[in-house]
Design a protein. Structure first.
Length: 438
């Protein structure tokens, strides 16, 4: 079979010409010196984000080339672009008999489990994200701006499209006060530098005011269907406050659904941590025995579902800027990240943006574990989601509980979507924080 090349690489294609026109328009008169100020992380972000010229992915680590079907939509990297070593997996883990695990020496504590989640479970997790998680009582990016239907935005979308005679409108929230704030329901997540959480500053973090974000003045009444592509995130477990980048413990602890907890626990159990950290010299300054007990002590209690759209739209942007996740009191326990739907490029570097990140191609079903002090505090981001990389199993009629009309809407949405379930452990297992509920 002739290898398919994404359309954007073909100079005679409409996408290539459009990207070139936009590139010429946006770079007109721009000084080339700007790039000199960029950190290595920023340079890599720019490279993979670029619509024109389309990025060369030969330097992107692509484990699908070793482990499973690859080249979806023509996008592929290389299995040897970045040094990655396969490590033994824990044979006691019966749920994923074919699981393989890789470490990337450049980022100690980073573990990649390609194709870890079965196609059936990928569909289950996506449907859980849309139907069960992105709805009351879990916060989403849209809650600040709209009075969302109790049954959840996705379910309201399906219901309204399957019953076209019932016209449902979602009303905006009344603005709290007149401000110049731009619509916060869209665009990239606001990333601010926050104080890393730890047991010493925990009580001051508890009392930091965490005001609700101002409701957008631009939000107008709209249909559920028009709002679905604007869904950017939904909270899991402990409630995360984006304004301060701290957890708002006063809101109490939400559930981590079994379907997510099970995949995360299986991932952590599959890894033989001795292989990952056993060889590190000079012991660890983060508690010698920490990783040795993760099979027993790992317990996810928070997280976020990220929704990315591959379709560029001026209102919502499909990338995640470089950042560090440091709001969790457990600063070294595994963070488990599940990729679903269209593929993406993850950049992950070191403790500063001055360290050049490694680019990794993540496909649906891949699990990434970020663990230990270096990786857990490493800058990382998603500069690109790759269009037309949805695996065919998202087309299958075998999706539990789906009926024809619902399946059609699901396929339509997933065609341009990537979902990432990013799961963390905030507190040590069994720790019950003394939190005043207000
Ligand atoms: O989408 C991803 O793969 C990463 C998401 C992430 O880094 C985050 O939610 O903090
Ligand atoms: Fe992150």
């Amino acid at each position: 079979m002739v290898a398919q090349v994404p359309e954007i690489y073909d100079p005679s294609s409409a996408s290539y010409k459009k990207a070139r026109r936009q590139y010429i328009k946006t770079t007109k008169g721009r000084s080339n010196d700007v790039a000199l100020d960029w950190t290595p992380f920023r340079t890599a972000e720019k490279k993979y984000k670029a619509r024109f010229p389309p990025p060369d992915l030969s330097g992107v680590l692509d484990l699908a080339e070793i482990s499973h079907e690859s080249g979806m939509g023509g996008w592929k990297g290389s299995p040897s672009a970045v040094p990655a070593n396969e490590v033994k997996v824990n044979q006691r883990s019966p749920n994923n008999p074919g699981a393989r695990a890789f470490v990337v020496p450049q980022v100690p504590g980073l573990v990649l489990l390609p194709a870890f989640v079965s196609p059936q479970d990928q569909n289950r997790l996506v449907r859980w994200s849309l139907e069960d998680q992105a709805r009351h009582p879990n916060d989403t990016n849209l809650d600040a701006h709209y009075i969302l239907p109790k049954e959840g935005l996705w379910n309201a979308h399906v219901c309204s499209r399957m019953n076209p005679n019932t016209r449902t409108f979602i009303q905006p929230k009344a603005p709290l006060e007149i401000s110049d704030a731009s619509p916060a329901d869209s665009g990239p997540r606001q990333l601010i530098d926050n104080t890393p959480a730890n047991t010493d500053n925990f009580s001051s973090l508890l009392t930091t005011p965490k005001p609700s974000p101002p409701a957008s003045l631009n939000a107008a009444a709209c249909t559920p269907s028009s709002l679905v592509p604007k869904l950017r995130w939904a909270n899991i477990g402990w409630s995360y406050h984006w304004g301060t980048k701290q957890y708002d413990f006063t809101k109490g602890k939400g559930q981590v659904a079994d379907i997510v907890r099970d995949v995360c626990r299986q991932a952590v159990e599959t890894v033989t941590w001795e292989e990952v950290f056993g060889g590190s010299k000079g012991g660890n300054d983060w508690g010698e025995d920490d990783w040795k007990s993760w099979h027993e002590t790992y317990e996810p209690d928070a997280g976020i579902v990220n929704f990315y759209q591959t379709k560029a739209h001026k209102l919502y942007i499909d990338t995640l800027m470089g950042h560090v996740d440091r709001s969790e009191v457990c600063a070294t326990s595994p963070l488990v990240s599940i990729s679903l739907g269209n593929a993406a490029i993850l950049l992950i570097g070191g403790l500063t943006r001055d360290i050049e990140p490694v680019p990794i191609l993540l496909r649906s079903g891949d699990v990434v574990i970020m663990s230990g002090p270096e990786c857990r505090r490493a800058y990382h981001g998603v500069p690109r989601v790759l269009e037309n990389t949805l695996p065919t199993h998202f087309d299958s009629c075998e999706i539990e509980g789906a009926i024809e009309g619902d399946l059609k809407l699901y396929k339509e949405y997933m065609k341009t979507t990537r979902i990432n379930i990013n799961v963390r452990q905030v507190f040590p297992k069994g720790f019950v924080p003394d939190i005043p509920l207000i």
